[in-house]
Design a binder for this molecule. Structure first.
Ligand SMILES: Cc1cc2nc3c(=O)[nH]c(=O)nc-3n(C[C@H](O)[C@H](O)[C@H](O)COP(=O)(O)O)c2cc1C
Length: 141
């Protein structure tokens, strides 16, 4: 069985593109090695992540992520077992510049792409459902 977990957190105020890129490249390597797939979305100072794989591996990675100083207010949203993964790989979706300093039309595009993703996805488990629900909710503000 595949274990899935989803949480939400708030980035620190000083988070920058370099931080996001280093999380991205490190997680790319490490998750592949652990056969952990999933998705990390960064939107409007919040992180939304779904991780899936072997239960012990996912839990120990989550415990490591919780200790990371680049985010706070980590809240576990849902967890559980399933037969099939929703994500075939691990990926990350973020717009590299803070909303107030960025190209407005590019940011709008990023937002509508994310919204499209939430509408395209068919969730099987409550973990998947809650992951997308959190993102949809954030996009509606
Ligand atoms: C929001 C957030 C999500 C993260 N997601 C992952 C992840 O999926 N995989 C990963 O290896 N590290 C992730 N990290 C980084 C870890 O917290 C941590 O830096 C890393 O696991 C340390 O690995 P090392 O001790 O092997 O260098 C994430 C960090 C943050 C802030």
């Amino acid at each position: 069985m595949i274990y899935q977990l989803t949480y939400r957190s708030t980035s620190i105020n000083t988070i920058n593109t370099t931080d996001l890129e280093s999380i991205h490249s490190l997680a790319d390597k490490k998750n592949k090695k652990l056969n952990i797939t999933g998705c990390l979305v960064f939107y409007n100072t919040k992180f939304y992540q779904l991780l899936e794989g072997d239960e012990q591996d996912v839990i120990s990675l989550y415990n490591e992520i919780k200790r990371d100083h680049r985010h706070t207010k980590i809240e576990l949203i849902a967890e559980g077992l399933t037969k099939n993964r929703i994500f075939p790989n691990w990926g990350m979706a973020y717009y590299p510049i803070a909303e107030n300093r960025c190209n407005k039309s590019e940011f709008k595009q990023f937002k509508s792409n994310l919204l499209l993703l939430t509408k395209l996805t068919t969730s099987v488990t409550k973990t998947e459902l809650n992951f997308w629900k959190q993102i949809k909710k954030a996009l509606s503000f």
